[in-house]
Write a new protein. Structure first.
Length: 196
C-alpha cells in the first residue's frame, strides 16, 4: 500500500500589503478561496506520481482541487472538508499594520501555545488529521495507492499519524508548494522513503 501526501501549488494571493491583526480574517477568507497562481506548476516527479496512484483525495478548498487539475487528474475520487488546512486563529486586536505573512506566523505560533480564538483548537486539528489518516489508509487498503493533494500543516500531522500506525516515510512530507512525501506499509519497503 502507498499514500502520497502532496502539498498544493502556490495560491494566487496578495502577500505584500499591510494590515492590522484585526483585519487578518479578511486575508484568511481570501486565501481559502484562492486558486493557483498561473506560474505555479508541479514537478515532473509529482506528475509521474499522480499517474501511478489509483485514487485521488482533495480537500474541498479551491487550491487543492485546482492543484489536482494541474497534475492532469481527470477524476478526484474524494473531496472532503476533513482534509482542509488546520484553521488559523486571529485576534480582534487594534495593532500596528504588518504583512499578512507576519500575522499568520504570529498567530500560528500562538496556536501551538494554545491560542485558538476565531480558529480551530490545535487538539481538534490533530484529531481531524488522525481521522484523515484513517480515511487515506482505508482508501489505500482498497485501491492499493492514493494521492492526497492537501495542505502544509494538515499533511504534516497526517504523516505523523501514519508513522504512528506503522507506515514508513519521511517525518515531514514537505513544506514547499508541490513537495510530497511517500508513505508505504509493507515490510519490504521499511527504511525506504522519498520526498519531492
Amino acid at each position: 500500500m502507498k499514500i502520497v501526501l502532496l502539498r498544493h501549488g502556490k495560491p494566487e494571493i496578495e502577500t505584500s500589503g499591510k494590515l492590522k491583526a484585526s483585519e487578518l480574517h479578511h486575508w484568511i477568507k481570501n486565501y481559502n478561496s484562492a486558486g493557483i497562481h498561473k506560474n505555479s506548476q508541479p514537478s515532473s516527479k509529482a506528475l509521474e506520481l499522480s499517474k501511478e496512484c489509483k485514487a485521488v483525495v482533495c480537500s474541498d478548498l479551491r487550491r487543492s482541487i485546482e492543484s489536482a487539475k494541474l497534475l492532469h487528474i481527470d477524476k478526484i475520487n474524494h473531496t472532503d472538508s476533513l482534509f482542509r488546512e488546520m484553521g488559523l486563529p486571529y485576534g480582534n486586536w487594534n495593532t500596528p499594520k504588518a504583512s499578512p505573512l507576519f500575522w499568520a506566523t504570529v498567530f500560528r505560533l500562538l496556536w501551538f501555545c494554545g491560542y485558538s480564538s476565531n480558529g480551530e483548537a490545535f487538539s481538534l486539528a490533530k484529531s481531524r488529521a488522525l481521522k484523515g489518516a484513517d480515511k487515506l489508509e482505508s482508501i489505500a487498503r482498497d485501491k492499493g495507492s492514493v494521492l492526497h493533494v492537501g495542505h502544509g500543516f494538515m499533511n504534516k500531522y497526517i504523516s505523523k499519524a501514519l508513522i504512528s500506525k506503522g507506515w514508513v516515510g519521511p517525518k515531514s512530507p514537505g513544506r514547499n508548494y508541490w513537495e510530497f512525501g511517500i508513505y508505504k506499509y509493507n515490510a519490504e519497503y521499511r527504511g525506504e522513503y522519498s520526498t519531492g
